[in-house]
Design a protein around this ligand. Structure first.
Ligand code: CA
Length: 530
């Protein structure tokens, strides 16, 4: 797997595109928190930490602070000291300037906690430190956390992998910046407040989720609680699986004069509607409510063959080639010896999505995550598997193999996972597979430290026909600090109408038991019958 492929693969939105200011104006230096903040500017701390700017920022009203996705966070942001700096500034092997850029927000009214904000894509810019991943309507900064965000050691566009030519920058992206930044942030926080941090946390999705996993695996002393969303934990394998699935789909495509697949014609708009209807007919009501959402995925055994035409192809049914392509693509690739290369992809409502930022799993012919869709009809899967296995960056960024977490667990660490079932980049089944292997490796201690939440309908980290607003930060804090294990988590959405639904620890799911379908109390978490 080339670095370019990795760069495209690891991509993610989460916090990478956030603007660089809260929108509030720095206040003049004065006594108290503002004075202490101003005094930080220009300081050099140990281990090469340079404070390049420090300004006190006044409180921002609810609904005025960007969430980084074109909207605004629901809560306000309290007055805080906003510090920007650089760790280990240096000239790299390619002559370019490197170093880990960071920004840390230190609230005047500190709650004694520290949070490292996970990144997105290949990082390369310093997001606003908010801590808003899986935090519901209350980002960590609004709760009084000291929050640090960073660029993982290089500057560049979110898909620009050129930094990997520099050894230290590549190592910092792959793993080391998580530790370096956490230790720097902790040092700045304790120095600023003059007292120790009570508890430390990390939250992130996609690349940020990978960073959270590697923190639990490789730096088990750094954090007390971690929230991992849709982790980019085996991007070589998931890239390869997406490519392989496209080749399967291409076999069902009309061909152009060169014999290549016309990808845009594999599934018509009518075929997509048919597939969605077929999924819903077979699976929607299994959760007690025919509402266009498939919550009981374990018992959803969608069979495209039931939609197959008696012969040939017509509107209202699928060709044999389309059915075969669906069966093969969603089952996931296996190598020549029969071993799975990656996880299956679940059938969920978002697979037929055709819009931005990333289309669902069914090909549209539009450029996908990796640029224009491959149009070939065959590929040498085993050769590409070997290339992934031999790729050094892939090995170091991988977080799906390591499961010995007994140091993290022995310190009382807690770790929550979530993953959108309609994620078209990383399969939720791959993350669930990790969770189960971690449980096998760690025994009962895993059940005392981890939960997994599937989010039906949700795309990569957010969006889709889903209840994609939920707070896992509060529950992980309660588990760490009060010993209260999370079970059912409230989730909600504002569109198409305001509604709530419980989010259940997998493998249980939200089953409708009667009453107002917009209220969480009308559902209960049930373990699916096998
Ligand atoms: Ca349903």
């Amino acid at each position: 797997m080339s670095m370019k492929m990795l760069s495209l693969a690891a991509l993610l939105l989460t916090s990478a595109a956030m603007p660089d200011a809260f929108g509030a104006r720095p206040q003049a230096a004065q006594a108290g928190p503002a004075g202490r903040c101003a005094a930080l500017a220009g300081q050099r701390l140990g281990d090469g930490i340079e404070i390049r700017g420090a300004a006190h920022v006044g409180a921002a009203a609810p609904g005025t602070v960007s969430n980084g996705f074109g909207g605004f966070i629901a809560s306000g942001v309290p007055a805080h000291c906003r510090v920007e700096g650089m760790i280990d500034a240096r000239k790299g092997a390619d002559g370019k300037p490197y170093g880990i850029g960071f920004a840390i927000a230190l609230p005047d009214d500190w709650n004694g906690r520290f949070l490292l904000q996970g990144g997105g894509g290949l990082n390369g810019s310093v997001p606003v430190p908010l801590g808003n991943v899986a935090a519901g309507d209350l980002p960590a900064i609004a709760r009084g956390f000291a929050v640090i965000a960073h660029d993982s050691g290089h500057k560049g566009a979110v898909f620009d992998s050129s930094f990997m030519a520099d050894q230290r920058a590549a190592l910092d992206f792959a793993e080391a910046s998580v530790r370096t930044v956490a230790l720097a942030g902790k040092a700045i926080t304790t120095s600023f407040y003059g007292k120790p941090i009570a508890h430390s946390y990390m939250t992130g999705c996609s690349t940020g989720g990978r960073e959270g996993m590697l923190a639990s695996q490789r730096y088990p002393e750094l954090f007390d609680g971690i929230v991992v969303g849709a982790p980019a934990m085996r991007t070589g394998d998931s890239n390869l699986a997406i490519h392989w699935a496209q080749v399967q789909f291409n076999q069902a495509a009309p061909r152009d004069k060169d014999g290549l697949a016309i990808v845009s014609q594999i599934f018509s708009a009518s075929d997509r509607k048919l597939i969605l209807k077929g999924m819903l007919d077979q699976c929607d009501a299994l959760d007690g409510l025919a509402d266009g959402m498939i919550m009981n995925r374990a018992q959803c055994n969608f069979q495209p063959a039931k939609l197959q035409c008696k012969s040939g192809k017509a509107d209202g049914c699928l060709s044999k080639a389309q059915v075969t392509a669906l069966d093969r693509a969603f089952a996931g690739p296996k190598d020549a010896a029969g071993y799975p290369v990656y996880a299956p992809v679940p059938y969920d409502t978002g697979i037929v999505y055709t819009g931005a930022p990333v289309p669902g799993y069914l090909p549209t012919g539009a450029p996908g995550i990796f640029g224009p869709a491959p149009r070939e009809l065959t590929m040498d899967l085993d050769a590409q598997v070997q290339a992934v296995r031999a790729d050094a960056v892939q090995r170091l960024t991988d977080t799906h193999v390591w499961t010995n977490l007994n140091t993290f667990l022995g310190r009382g660490g807690k770790i929550l996972f979530y993953h959108g079932v309609s994620d078209a980049w990383f399969s939720s089944e791959a993350t669930w597979d990790y969770w189960q292997r971690a449980r096998t490796a760690n025994g009962a201690a895993w059940d005392d430290a981890s939960r997994f939440y599937m989010v039906p309908g949700m795309a990569h980290c957010a969006g889709g026909n889903a209840f994609d607003n939920f707070d896992l930060l509060g529950p992980v804090m309660d588990w760490v600090e009060k010993g209260k294990a999370p079970e059912t988590i409230p989730a909600w959405r504002q569109t198409p109408a305001k509604a709530e639904r419980p989010m259940c620890p997998h493998p249980s799911y939200a089953h409708y038991v009667g009453g107002d379908t917009a209220r969480a109390g009308s559902f209960e978490c049930r373990v699916p019958k096998r």
